[in-house]
Design a protein around this ligand. Structure first.
Ligand SMILES: Cc1cc2nc3c(=O)[nH]c(=O)nc-3n(C[C@H](O)[C@H](O)[C@H](O)COP(=O)(O)OP(=O)(O)OC[C@H]3O[C@@H](n4cnc5c(N)ncnc54)[C@H](O)[C@@H]3O)c2cc1C
Length: 494
């Protein structure tokens, strides 16, 4: 990325404005689409810039899981009660520590209205419940648990499933974006593809426009009211990962390949502050249904977490505390219980008739896994997990023969294939994306290094730091991207 991105242009240097709108939005993923629709609803003229030849971004590739609650029609149809307060309490815990309470409380309070806004644009949620641990349902069911029913949250916040998956025959992100983009294209919002924002334009301390490069030529676009940055995260920018998120170096990425961090750099070029830049969603390459039925251990043969939590929480623990040296241990019954559509073809890398033999195959210290399984089994037989509080639903003594899956070999058929497939030193053991970004107010105003809004500059989606402290739960990216995209669109248009 050229260094010019870090040098804003003074308005005095602009000789010719190629275009003008009240609100100029950079990046056409879910946050950009939501911002554009809302700014337009407010009566503003809008230009929506996209560097590629079409919109969609990572949003269109995503699972389509949206974190919504407070008693949505989908929740009620599936027989679940919920309140905004319960939703906020869960998110404050699960997205913490130090998740921004002001953003979370607004997000929860407005969740029903946001559900209506989405469905008003035709985004479908099937009123049926999928009751298995998974990243997204392999069915077209519309509702699932995302860790609300697992310790420690199950005992400290009222439980309700809030994972709303956009109805689809696979990942739902493409359906979400089809609907949002169809809505944008039915308005007078001017979408300009092949238009990469390369510099901001400053009028004094106010952001007044954007320099855009299209087919090798630069154009200046004036924003009368505001510029909104919705360019996604920075996992595809190795220099920024190196600078801010060292534990993600060498780990597989989870993006459309264009999470280039350019919007964050544009914001920083005019003095923006950033938050939570080292935090990430760690999509560990374990099958959640296997993890939940077995145990997850480190290289010392010791359990690391209650395996029924939201799988990204297992991923964070595995990466940040165990450098992805983790295994799933399961028995034959656990393996057989998981259907093919949930197991994604994953097979144990080692099987053994005895736990001692498995220890040796995996390279665990002698006796370590034996003691772990003995302790686990003794309490599982009574429906208890004194170490981590795993739900009794998933507790059962594990019996020989045993299997072990190594996350670093992930889904490869053999360790050799895994080595050949490796995206980095840690291979495809996890797919990660960043959740930190520009520091914003609840209305998407981008704040400077002392926390004051920068006039004329807004951000939403993964270019900003949204609902998250350190933790992550599926659905909070598409959820906060669209919700705070709307708020930014409204504020900029106003
Ligand atoms: C496989 C996968 C599954 C996922 N599943 C889920 C899920 O189920 N639920 C969930 O909440 N999240 C999920 N995520 C994460 C989620 O998709 C993203 O965090 C979210 O889509 C980010 O939205 P956004 O609008 O901020 O950015 P994006 O959707 O990435 O859009 C940003 C756009 O900006 C454009 N752009 C970038 N730089 C510039 C520039 N300088 N000028 C002009 N345009 C630019 C990009 O080309 C892109 O089109 C998943 C991600 C992946 C990859």
């Amino acid at each position: 990325m050229a260094a010019e991105i870090l040098r804003p242009l003074s308005i005095n240097e602009v000789t010719d404005w190629a275009d003008t709108a009240d609100v100029v939005i950079i990046g056409y993923g879910c946050a950009g689409a939501a911002a554009a629709l809302t700014a337009h609803e407010q009566g503003a003229s809008v230009i929506l810039l996209e560097m590629l030849s079409g919109g969609g971004g990572s949003s269109a590739m995503s699972g389509g899981e949206m974190y919504l609650g407070g008693g949505t029609p989908t929740q009620r149809a599936c027989g679940f009660d919920d309140t905004p307060e319960a939703m906020a309490e869960y998110l404050i815990g699960a997205l913490g520590p130090n998740a921004p309470e002001d953003k979370i409380r607004l997000y929860a309070q407005d969740s029903l209205e946001h559900y209506d806004w989405l469905t008003g644009y035709g985004v479908p949620f099937k009123p049926s419940f999928y009751d298995e641990p998974s990243w997204v349902p392999p069915t077209d069911d519309g509702l699932m648990w995302l860790g609300e029913n697992a310790a420690p949250f199950s005992s400290i916040t009222p439980m309700a499933p809030r994972g709303h998956r956009v109805q689809s025959d696979g990942f739902g992100g493409k359906v979400l974006m089809q609907h949002l983009m169809a809505a944008v294209e039915a308005t007078e919002v001017r979408v300009q593809n092949d238009s990469r924002a390369v510099r901001l334009i400053l009028d004094g301390d106010r952001v007044a426009g954007v320099v855009v490069r299209s087919f090798g030529e630069n154009r200046a676009i004036r924003a009368n009211k505001g510029v909104i940055i919705t360019t996604g995260g920075f996992i595809d920018n190795p220099r920024m990962v190196e600078q801010h998120a060292p534990q993600m170096i060498g780990v597989g990425t989870n993006s459309d390949g264009n999470d280039n961090g350019s919007g964050i750099l544009l914001g920083q070029s005019v003095g923006a502050g950033v938050r939570r830049m080292s935090a990430g969603q760690i999509g560990i390459a374990f099958v959640p249904a296997f993890m939940t039925r077995g145990i997850v251990v480190n290289w010392q043969g010791q359990r690391i977490i209650n395996e029924d939590v939201y799988p990204g929480r297992v991923g964070q623990t595995a990466l940040y505390e165990h450098d992805l040296e983790v295994w799933v241990i399961l028995d034959e019954q656990a393996f057989e219980e998981v259907s093919d559509d949930l197991s994604w073809g994953a097979r144990p890398h080692h099987v053994a008739e005895t736990v001692e033999e498995l220890e040796e195959l995996c390279g665990f210290p002698a006796g370590s896994l034996r003691d772990t399984i003995a302790f686990y089994n003794e309490h599982a037989a009574r429906g208890e997990d004194p170490l981590f509080g795993k739900s009794a639903r998933w507790l059962r003594p594990l019996t020989a023969p045993f299997g072990a899956m190594n996350v670093r070999n992930s889904f490869a058929e053999s360790p050799e294939k895994a080595r050949n497939d490796q995206a980095g030193p840690k291979g495809s053991a996890a797919g990660v994306f960043t959740i930190g970004g520009l520091h914003t107010t609840v209305d998407g105003e981008v704040c400077d290094l002392v926390g004051e809004p920068i006039p004329g500059l807004y951000a939403a989606g993964r270019a900003s730091s949204g609902l998250h402290g350190w933790g992550y739960v599926s659905g909070t990216s598409l959820g906060d991207g669209t919700y705070f995209g709307r708020r930014a669109g409204r504020a900029a248009a106003g």
